[in-house]
Structures are given as structure tokens and as C-alpha cells.
Design a protein around this ligand. Sequence first.
Ligand SMILES: *Cc1c(COP(=O)(O)O)cnc(C)c1O
Length: 385
Amino acid sequence: MSENKKIWLSPPHMCGKELEYVQDAFASNWIAPLGSYVNRFEKDICSYVGIQHAAALSSGTAAMHLALKIRGVKKGDYVICPSFTFSASANPVIYENAIPVFVDSETNTWNMDANLLAEAIEFCIQKKNKKPAAIIVVHLYGMPANMHDIIIVSNKYEIPIIEDAAESLGSKYKDQYTGTFGVLNILSFNGNKIITTSGGGALISNNKDYIETAKFLATQARDKAPHYEHSQIGYNYRLSNICAAIGVGQMTVLEERIQQRRNNFNTYSSALNDLNGISFLKEKTGYFSNRWLTTILIDETKTNGISNTDIRLQLEQQNIEARPLWKPLHLQPVFKHHPKFVNGTSEKLFNSGLCLPSGSDLSQQNLTHIIAVIKSGLEPSKSLK
Ligand SMILES: *Cc1c(COP(=O)(O)O)cnc(C)c1O
């Protein structure tokens, strides 16, 4: 193990303002899941992405759970979900005893393939006599999904889109921010995301009633009464004012964080793209990625058998954290019995891909070092010891 300070995959990156805001929240004794920073954070999110309403919540997963609840997803309903994503995209479907139907990726964006999506919907309608209740669209690693084609399918079958923009805050599809296409959309401010509140999320929408309902359900579903009166089951899902204060600070540097992450991508790709067997996911016309994580694919047939695992272990030896891509959900033990529409893309990506360190605090020196380790890993005879 190298003596060097560990380089993490995607660590939190504070700017200094966060602590000022947290101290201010302390001074006013608003340490509760309510308070002025919650409201301000919600406003900041809305004005950044261009949407009307937001509910700041304790996690992105909680936001997805409420999105499904608000759309009335219930036991036995089908919900379409990409296979190539983090399990939190699909877990809330199970919380509601609904059935996820997994749809594989297209190679252009690595996100949901619109043709397979249509096939999956046809299956639910023709074979099961039940139209899916929602289509969850994920913009993985920050790359927007092909919204044009997905919206055509959504409109044709009149099935609403719920966007999981947990990884793609600041990404745009045809100049429109991700997280603003669906009827309800989720963001995450978990510690590893592009900006963080230590833990947190948001549900955002142009539908005022939806967001009011979200806030109601997220605060234990209290009816209007002086005592505690409940006619529905509620949740404790609100974001605390302290976490929101961190979020308000982080929003002031979001634009910078996007530039820093995009710079990581550009540095990696200009150094490594010409090497045999290494490739990057390009932005097609109309796509703008926040480049939350820079990912590479390693084609073993062109690297003398050196695999993504070999490179990952090589980096680990130098105290550098790299990770495999998300393992497709249709291959996860807990989801493998659910319906799936696969074309092999996500499985192939999982088998050959690698996420490189992508923090917005990486120095040029860090990047040069990581690139050198990867290059030497591709030449096993000269590997760094
Ligand atoms: C992080 C993430 C989530 C969940 O967000 P949390 O705030 O951690 O609950 C959901 N979907 C995707 C794609 C994510 O990366």
C-alpha cells in the first residue's frame, strides 16, 4: 500500500460558506426539520433548474418513495425502471409492493433504451393486461437519457415519467435541466453526489399539489387540527434545517463543481482516449453531462487481456479508489425474479467498465498521478511497484 494520501472516488467538497450558514442556523436555534434554510434551499433548487416547486427531504430514496405514493402506485402495479442504475432507483417500488420491470440501456447514453421501453410496456399491456403506472428514467453518471425518444413512448401510452436525477444535477438535455421533464423528479444530496447536504434529497415538480402532498406525507401526515390528528399513514422524511444550511452553501458553488468535474473528464479523456482498448462515453449533440463520475470502458481484446479489475487493483495499490460500474439490477439476487427486457448492454458495461476518481477537489497533480498509474497498469511489464 502506498504512503500517499488516499484519493477517493467522489468525496464531499465544501466551500466554506456552508459552515457560516450552519452557525447562523445554530445561532437562531433552528436545529429542527423546519426553518428558513429549508425554504431557501428549496427556492435555490427551483431557480437553478427552472422548476416551480420543491420539497427538501432526508434522502433521494425518500423522494422516490413519495413520488410513487403521490402517483398512487400500489400493490401489484408495474413500474418501469432501468436495469443499469443504483438499487435506490428501484427499492421504493418494492416498498409499495409494486413490481419493477427492468429495461436495459442503449449504447449512446448508457441509459434506458426507448425501443426496449416500448416492448416492456407492450408486454405489460398485452400479456398482463395492465398498463405500467410510471416510467422511472435515470441519467446515470450525469449523462442525460434520450428524453426525446422516451417522451414519445411516454406520450403514446400516456404513462407518466418520474426522473431520478440523483446523479445529474446540472446536466441538460437540449438546454433543459434534467429533473424537469417528469411529472415528479428526484435529486440526491448524499455525501458522494456533486453537491451534498451530508445526506439529503429533494422531490421537485411543476405541480403544486404534488409538492404540498409530499411535504404533508414527509411530516407524519398531520391533518389540520391543534392536536395530532391523522387520517393517513405518514413518514418522517423532511430535511433538517442544519442539513439545508449546508445545501444553501453548496448551491453557491454548484456551477463551479460542474466545471471541475467536467475538467476531470477532459483531462482523463485527452490523456487516455488514444490508448488501445480504452474508451469514454461521449456527449452527443444536445447532451450536456455534469460528469458526476468519469467512467472508462476497457476492451480486454485490445489490452492483451488486462481487465477493468486489473486496473482497479493497480489503482488500489496506490491508494486510489476506483469502482466497478453499477451492477445491473436484473442481475442482482434481490431483483432477479422481476420481469426484464435486456439486450446485453448493461451487462457488458458492468463487465468492462470502471469509475475513476472524479471529485471536484482533485488537483492537476492528482489527475496526472492517476493517469500515470492507469497507463502503467496497461503495460504490466513496467507496472509501478
Ligand atoms: C444516490 C442515488 C439515489 C439515492 O439517493 P440517496 O440520497 O442516497 O437516497 C437514487 N438513484 C441514484 C441513481 C443514485 O445515484
